[in-house]
Design a protein around this ligand. Structure first.
Ligand SMILES: Nc1ncnc2c1ncn2[C@@H]1O[C@H](COP(=O)(O)OP(=O)(O)OP(=O)(O)O)[C@@H](O)[C@H]1O
Ligand SMILES: [Mg+2]
Length: 347
């Protein structure tokens, strides 16, 4: 493995309560198979000032979880249950009007495809200023001034002039900076970043990650960082939640997860990271794919792909449990975790 975990242990502040507290979050959609659960009992907490990652394969429920927090799931064809609290305020059950107040002011989001989130018909400056005017009720001139300051803060050179440009005049990396400016201009408590660097080339990706870390430390914001890239997790996150088939299957401080992965799926993800210094060892992959939600097993959902599965893995639903008593912050959803650790198969 060729990943260095960045020590961010001093960046999180433990004195304040959680900015985001998700308990028992489930999401069901109407599908051709009837109502189908795609996110199943997620518990997740983000302390003030920290960056919490969610990592997992395509279809594991990362985006649906973040859209539930934003209140952006389609009302008629989805059902959300459980609890989502932002700075202590319950969002589940809020009216659309109340949720619209929360979005932008308290919680904001940046997406994978910045260009699709920007309106091609308006200048970048006016799109930032519009958010300021909507949430803070200031006049046009003051909002424009804030927009230019924010463009400057996210590293757009010559911001006074560039604020008049349209999105098509910006590169993908610059559009993502504009999205970050829109997301941060009202100083939200929580920023949700869903694969914010996936569409960018590696050097621009590194600049964007640096910028997000700077912004996170300067502005008092906590981040829910969604990615499928464990390298990005190692650089950005304090804590990481690994999702598989709608459930969190392992949750740990980032160093513990990389040094001592407990779930065979997490181990598989780490083994699948290419090492550019090793050209001889063939790349490893996890055989098979995440099953469709209507085919999820009732017991361990990873068992059909797991090289270490035994009869006990198919017996009952499996809780997420601390790897007690050694580490109460590190939890895993695997009945064989202890055996695999003792056999030296996991860390
Ligand atoms: N509006 C919807 N209606 C029905 N099913 C949906 C809807 N949106 C998402 N799903 C299903 O929910 C599951 C989780 O999707 P989600 O987009 O959260 O995955 P993801 O982990 O973000 O994947 P990716 O890495 O590809 O972005 C998938 O099976 C998806 O098909
Ligand atoms: Mg997604």
């Amino acid at each position: 493995m060729s990943i260095d975990v960045v020590d961010r242990s001093t960046s999180a502040r433990s004195d304040a309560g959680p900015v985001l507290q998700i308990e028992g979050l489930s999401v069901d959609f109407v599908t051709d198979h009837g109502w189908t659960r795609v996110v199943d009992g997620i518990d997740l907490s983000i302390p003030a000032g920290s960056v919490v990652g969610v990592v997992g394969e395509s279809g594991s429920g990362k985006t649906v979880t973040s859209l539930a927090v934003m209140g952006l799931l389609p009302g008629a064809t989805s059902r959300v249950s459980g609890s989502i609290r932002v700075a202590g305020r319950e969002l589940v059950g809020m009216s659309n009007r109340e949720l619209a107040e929360v979005r932008g002011a308290e919680v904001s989001m940046i997406f994978q495809e910045p260009r699709r989130s920007l309106d091609p018909a308006f200048t970048v400056g006016s799109q930032i200023a519009e958010v300021v005017r909507r949430h803070e009720g200031v006049d046009r001139k003051a909002a424009w001034k804030r927009a230019v300051e924010m463009l400057d803060a996210v590293g757009i050179a010559d911001a006074t002039r560039r604020a008049h440009a349209y999105p098509h005049e910006f590169s993908g990396g610059m559009c993502q900076r504009v999205m970050l400016a829109i997301a941060m201009v009202c100083r939200p408590k929580l920023l949700i970043a869903d694969e914010p660097t996936t569409a960018l080339d590696v050097t621009v990706q590194a600049q964007m990650l640096d910028l997000m870390r700077d912004v996170q430390q300067q502005v008092d914001v906590s981040i829910l960082f969604i990615t499928h890239d464990l390298g990005v997790v190692a650089q950005m996150c304090d804590v990481v939640n690994v999702m598989y088939a709608g459930q969190v299957i392992e949750s740990a401080p980032v160093e513990s997860l990389f040094l001592s992965p407990q779930h065979p799926y997490t181990q598989g993800l780490l083994d699948a990271i290419p090492d550019h210094r090793d050209r001889l060892t063939p790349l490893k992959s996890i055989p098979g794919a995440v099953p469709a939600p209507w085919d999820w097993p009732q017991s361990c959902r990873f068992a059909p792909r797991c090289p270490h599965a035994g009869p006990e893995c198919e017996a009952a639903s499996i809780p997420l449990s601390s790897i007690a008593p050694a580490d109460s912050l590190h939890a895993v959803r695997c009945v064989r975790a202890n055996d695999l650790f003792l056999e030296g198969i996991t860390g």
